[in-house]
Design a protein around this ligand. Structure first.
Ligand code: NAG
Ligand code: NAG
Length: 118
């Protein structure tokens, strides 16, 4: 997939022991794909559990000037670890999106993130 070369991803991990953190839904299913859309980005995001801690990570997808994101799917892989994911910036209709993946306290997370667009 040569279009991947034009795109960049930033992954940053934070660990917080305080539980005063906003929790999003378990999965994200936004937008629709049509036959003219392509899979622009696919990434597995995994983090093992740390006792007594909430961990989160921001996944940033940046398209080029002509990119339009049409769908964003983020789902937990395997059994649930009560993790959550939400859109922080950008999203469907934009050229970029920032997703925050967040663990439950004392758990890890394992997500598959797919971003479709044209
Ligand atoms: C811009 O991104 C789109 C995917 O959104 C890709 O199909 C296209 O080739 C890219 N254009 C350039 C100039 O890199
Ligand atoms: C997303 O794209 C907009 C322009 O459409 C830009 O202003 C913004 O800084 C970008 N955000 C990220 C996280 O790349």
């Amino acid at each position: 997939m040569k279009s991947i070369l034009a795109l960049s991803v930033v992954l940053a991990l934070a660990v917080v022991t305080n539980t005063a953190v906003v929790k999003g839904p378990a999965n994200v299913n936004l937008g629709f794909t049509s036959s003219s859309d392509k899979l622009l980005f696919r990434q597995y995001v995994y983090q093992p559990a740390i006792p007594n801690s909430v961990q989160y990570q921001d996944v940033v997808f940046r398209g080029n000037r002509s990119t339009r994101i049409t769908a964003i799917y983020a789902s937990e892989v395997g059994y649930t670890q009560y993790a959550s994911v939400r859109v922080l910036y950008g999203g469907v209709g934009y050229q970029n999106v920032t997703l925050r993946v967040q663990s439950a306290k004392g758990y890890g997370y394992y997500y598959l993130i797919d971003i479709w667009g044209r």
